[in-house]
Design a protein around this ligand. Structure first.
Ligand SMILES: Cc1cc2nc3c(=O)[nH]c(=O)nc-3n(C[C@H](O)[C@H](O)[C@H](O)COP(=O)(O)OP(=O)(O)OC[C@H]3O[C@@H](n4cnc5c(N)ncnc54)[C@H](O)[C@@H]3O)c2cc1C
Length: 480
């Protein structure tokens, strides 16, 4: 495949946060960006790090230090292959970032780490992450009150009690058990390569009623896929359902960014170059692949280039060789502070909107999961919406959320919450509606590879797998 040498200017990230000063609400100022740098020069467990690559001889260049790029770099380091990991922003993590503001731990959007993710189990030290567990189930707001949905394997009594609640029929609850057995009898590979339909079509074909689809599956899996219509591929549904059956929903004690930080902390710090945006690559260069940064610097790759960037960024660099499926998945996450003694519940449980009304999809109290998410005496509230709400300003969005949640927890309670910040995440996940290929070949051409969640599946695990697969392809191609 011939790719012309390109010099496209690349746009800034689709992610931004907003924190306006509202009349009746106390707000934070946006944090000083430089204070969010990750100290990559801290301890590295690598006893004999490979010599720091000079810019003229970079080994493999990995572009993008999200989970995919970090996984690729981890694999390269394990193979003793020199590499340079180039990241446009001021820290590693990509979409998995956390801001620490006045004692609050604010993940950039609500993210859950499922302990059963198979690739993550191989790469991460769960003990060091000090994972804090969620309740295995949810509280569904429907018809003016909360109803429990519980995993019978872990909360048997709750599950029995909830059999007759209005969040689906008894048959629906038995069908959940059968679905669990079905996914547990298949391997991840079988699931990710099986025939596919939209998730909603799969659930209907299993026989689930509209009540459980609307009151549980849409807010729960719609919240995971940022897709309440549940048009996302059944492959992803089955994969996530299997992981949920096998593992726990957790948060690292110190925020979701502890995951990429742990991976980065094991890499040679001299091999990571932050605040460096790749503007183009010269693919046909006789001197190997040349990577051009937007500051005018050019780096030659001796061993290959792995693009571990979002699909829309890769498409720009690769001359639009493939099209990005739309709409991509978006979300808004709003944070509020509450006095600890005014948190209405103590359980580390996820609350879902099963009412079919309003804009809130789900919410929880992160400090019920990990008390370290807020300063002493305070609790943290996290509220998630699906979509980016471009046409609604911050103030109106906060007012609508406060009004809606006042119906859930009472005006007196919610009225005491103090708005902190919202994250509008324009690009949270790629669109993974059928048809999908969750095992995309990472090869673009000799020595040039892509990885990222869009090449596998849009989860932490998919991103990690994709980074490893790109390096394996590079090794198999014997370009070294
Ligand atoms: C709000 C939110 C909630 C989520 N919830 C979950 C969840 O609960 N569970 C789950 O498993 N997954 C979740 N995900 C999905 C998961 O975070 C992603 O699938 C995964 O992190 C993608 O990793 P990646 O490395 O493929 O891409 P990214 O994280 O997007 O990394 C790409 C990196 O490339 C860099 N880059 C881009 N262009 C350039 C350039 N030209 N030069 C240099 N660098 C560049 C970017 O700055 C970025 O750091 C969520 C995502 C979001 C946003």
């Amino acid at each position: 495949m011939s790719l012309a040498a390109l010099s496209f200017p690349l746009s800034s990230s689709a992610f931004h946060f907003s924190s306006s000063n509202f009349k009746n609400l106390n707000c934070f100022k946006p944090p000083n960006a430089t204070s969010q740098q990750i100290p990559l020069n801290l301890s590295s467990p690598n006893e004999n790090p490979s010599p720091s690559p000079s810019l003229n001889k970079t080994g493999v260049i990995v572009v993008g230090a999200g989970l995919a790029g970090l996984a690729a770099a981890t694999r390269l380091q394990a193979e003793n292959i020199p590499f340079l990991l180039i990241e446009a922003s001021d820290a590693v993590g990509g979409r998995v970032r956390t801001d620490f503001v006045d004692g609050y731990t604010l993940d950039r959007g609500f993210q859950i780490f499922i302990t059963a993710y198979p690739e993550a189990q191989k790469l991460l030290d769960y003990g060091a992450l000090d994972l804090q567990r969620f309740y295995s189930g949810a509280q569904v707001f429907y018809d003016g009150r909360f109803h429990t949905v519980a995993d019978p394997q872990r909360h048997f009594a709750d599950a029995i009690q909830s059999l007759t609640n209005p969040i689906g029929s008894v048959v629906d609850k038995l069908l959940i058990g059968l679905t669990r057995i079905r996914v547990l009898t298949q391997s991840d590979y079988e699931i990710l390569t099986a025939g596919e339909v939209k998730t909603i079509d799969l659930l209907r074909s299993i026989g689930f009623s509209d009540s459980i689809l609307d009151r549980f599956f849409r807010p729960f899996f719609g919240g995971i896929f940022f897709d309440r219509d549940l048009e996302t591929t059944s492959r992803l549904f089955n994969f996530v359902f299997r992981c949920l059956a096998l593992g726990d929903n957790t948060l690292p004690k110190d925020g979701i960014s502890a995951i990429p930080k742990q991976l980065a902390g094991k890499l040679n710090p001299n091999s990571i170059k932050l605040n460096s945006r790749v503007a183009s690559i010269d693919y046909n260069s006789e001197k190997g692949i040349v990577v051009n940064l937007d500051n005018g610097e050019s780096l030659r790759s001796d061993l290959g280039v792995i693009l571990a960037i979002e699909e829309f960024e890769a498409v720009k660099i690769l001359a639009g060789k493939s099209e990005v499926k739309v709409p991509v998945r978006s979300t808004v996450c709003l944070y509020f502070s509450v006095d600890s003694d005014k948190i209405p519940v103590r359980d580390p449980v996820l609350f879902l909107n099963g009412s079919g009304r309003g804009i809130v999809n789900n919410m929880f109290f992160p400090t019920n999961v990990s008390p370290f998410y807020a300063p002493p005496g305070k609790g943290l509230v996290s509220v998630s919406l699906i979509g980016v709400y471009d046409g609604v300003n911050d103030e109106e969005l906060v007012e609508r959320v406060v009004k809606e949640l006042s119906e859930w927890f009472g005006e007196a309670c919610v009225g005491s919450w103090r708005y902190l910040r919202m994250y509008r995440v324009g690009f949270a996940q790629p669109n993974q509606c059928p048809p999908t290929d969750l095992m995309k070949d990472p090869r673009v051409g000799p020595g040039l590879y892509v990885c990222g969640d869009y090449t596998t599946n849009a989860t932490f695990d998919g991103a990690l797998v994709s980074g490893r697969r790109a390096v394996e392809a590079l090794l198999n191609d014997r370009v070294l």
